[in-house]
Design a protein around this ligand. Structure first.
Ligand code: PEP
Ligand code: MG
Length: 577
């Protein structure tokens, strides 16, 4: 039976294909049949996940003891190690895989459910509560299993694979970069959650915040994802299917036409040059950046190098990654943002050191975390400074709020240089340092930023989140997340104007920069540098080459005086007429 679900449009385009149900490390996992000949490999996959978790727990235990954590913490790790070693969790699932020919995740969760049921029968409340430990251990093993995704069956060219999940972390999503995926839908999530951002960077249609897709859709159902309208159609009838096939072809033709703009100069009709940079998560994204003809990298979200692994990337590993990007961009600017972990971006490797904040979005994230963990920060800074020898690298610092943080950061960069002097490593002494303006306090008290930093980048995703007190990952408040709120527009406009007065270059690297409907608004505010997903560069360029900067300045000046959201929206639409 055909039905339609509505969610938030986060990445445009149309995908038509078969559902593939996945889970992040929740306990809701897909069920696959494993062919007889692949059963030994499946058992091996399970065993290797157990080994990974065993090693993780060993490291955690060592760290917990080494940094003098309370003894309950060490006991807690011990309980987990004990549960992991119990044949009920480590052996029984293997029997299930062999007997029923099912995938490892499924076998493990079946076994866990039985165990939890047994714990529920226990009278002693302390022991009964240990069921949560069972669940946590199982989650760890599931994460390790997901860390090495099973090969997804190859399908025909027109038969896309559509990922259906309740929720996915950015770490889960980034793994899809290695798979050929046609579309992407989740029940939870906001439009600027990092999961949505990664989906966009995959350049595939995606809809989040669908609420009921995961329970209602079955494996292999035929689906249509309309990423522009935020719609998921399950089991479409022949007429709807045909209509969407035509739409999809038309969209592909339009995209092909846009390619002609690749080498065109990004300048307005009245000759104002606009730099169009790309946002990347991993060095492998460079191919897409070059295909789009971007002027450089405006944001390299380096935290993705730290995800989906049990250890931290070494200085050399990071150096190689940054150097590869710098060299590939061949003299064009490459803005390497230092580690922005925390909030929705987490990594197993830091589980022992990253504190579980009561409110992670307001907690020890990004630069706050780096200043609290100087060794991790210095390692990254040395890697960036060394890579800067091979290209035009700039350092960008996330989440700065005050002058003291700027001073401490600059001192750390000097310390990293001092550590490199006298070693055999070549590095650059003159790397520009910039700051992200993504906390309202920074936008409102910009003095120390324009005085001490060489460039600024507006992180509108967080700036909107913090200005409007809307969690960007929470679908329940997603309708209140509003880039056109007058308070947000004023903060952006003030920052652009103050930077221009002080002759400090400023860009926008949040999602607003990649929304072609907002390009003219931003140009009218005086913005001359935008950074977005490579897949959006040409669409934005199309807006640039048909805009008149002088006219826009006058119109936007008037628009910024408006208070009523409806009027603002109407005027923004007029800019695009
Ligand atoms: C932002 O906050 O706008 C930004 C670009 O950084 P991130 O999305 O990685 O938080
Ligand atoms: Mg941010």
């Amino acid at each position: 039976m055909s039905f339609t679900l509505h969610g938030l449009a986060v990445s445009s385009g149309i995908a038509i294909g078969r559902a593939h149900l996945v889970s992040h490390a929740t306990l809701e996992v897909a069920h696959y049949r494993i062919k007889d000949k692949s059963i030994p490999a499946e058992v091996e996959r399970f065993e290797s996940a157990l080994a990974t978790v065993r090693a993780e727990l060993d490291t955690l235990r060592g760290e917990a003891a080494g940094i003098g954590m309370p003894s309950e913490m060490v006991t807690f790790v011990d309980i987990h190690a004990m549960l992991l070693a119990d044949p009920l969790l480590s052996e029984m699932p293997k029997d299930l895989i062999r007997e029923r020919g099912c995938n490892a995740e499924w076998a493990l969760v079946q076994q866990m459910e039985q165990l939890v049921a047994q714990f529920n029968e226990i009278e002693d409340s302390y022991l009964r509560e240990r069921k949560h430990d069972v669940v946590q251990v199982v989650e760890r093993v599931l994460k390790a299993l997901m860390g090495k995704p099973r090969k997804v069956a190859k399908r025909g060219r027109d038969d896309d694979l559509i990922i259906v999940a309740h929720d996915l972390s950015p770490a889960d999503t980034i793994q899809f970069k290695n798979l050929r995926i046609g579309g992407f839908v989740t029940d939870l999530g906001g439009a600027t959650s990092h999961t949505a951002i990664v989906a966009r960077s995959l350049a595939i249609p995606a809809v989040v915040g669908l609420h009921h897709a995961r329970p209602l859709v079955r494996e292999d159902d035929l689906l249509i994802v309309d990423g522009a309208r935020g719609v998921l159609i399950v089991d479409p009838d022949a007429r709807v299917l045909e209509e969407y096939r035509l739409k999809k072809t038309a969209l592909e033709l339009e995209r092909a036409k846009l390619k002609r703009l690749k080498t065109a100069r990004a300048a307005t009709l009245d000759g104002v040059d606009i730099a169009l940079y790309a946002n990347i998560e991993l060095p492998q994204d460079i191919g897409q950046v070059r295909e789009a003809g971007a002027d450089g990298i405006g944001l390299f979200r380096t935290e993705f190098l730290f995800m989906n692994r049990g250890d931290l990337p070494s200085e050399n590993e990071q150096y190689e990654a940054y150097k590869a990007v710098a060299k590939a961009m061949d003299g064009k600017p490459v803005t390497v943002r230092t580690l922005d972990l925390g909030a929705d971006k987490n990594t197993q490797a830091l589980a022992g050191t990253a504190r579980q904040a009561p409110n992670p979005v307001l907690g020890l994230r990004a630069i706050r975390y780096c200043l609290a963990e100087p060794q991790i920060f210095l390692t990254q800074l040395r890697a960036i400074l060394r890579a800067a020898h091979y290209g035009n690298i700039r350092i960008l610092i996330p989440m700065l709020a005050n002058a003291a943080e700027i001073e401490q950061t600059l001192a750390m960069i000097e310390q990293a240089k001092a550590q490199l002097r006298g070693t055999r490593h070549k590095f650059s002494e003159n790397v520009k340092v910039g700051g992200m303006i993504e906390i309202p306090a920074a936008a409102l008290a910009l003095g120390p930023f324009v005085k001490r930093l060489q460039f600024l980048s507006l992180g509108t995703n967080d700036l909107i989140q913090y200005t409007l007190a809307i969690d960007r990952t929470d679908g329940a408040v997603a309708h209140l997340y509003d880039p056109l709120h007058p308070a947000v527009l004023r903060l952006i406009a003030q920052t652009i104007a103050a930077s221009a007065r002080m002759e400090v270059p400023v860009s926008v690297c949040g999602e607003m920069a990649g929304d072609p409907a907002l390009t003219r608004l931003l140009i009218g505010m005086g913005l001359r540098q935008l950074s977005m997903h490579p897949s959006l560069v040409l669409e934005v360029k199309q807006q640039v080459v048909t805009a008149d900067a002088a006219q826009l300045t006058a119109k936007v000046g008037r628009l910024l005086r408006l208070e009523e959201p409806e009027k603002i929206r109407e005027q923004v639409e007029r800019l695009n007429d």
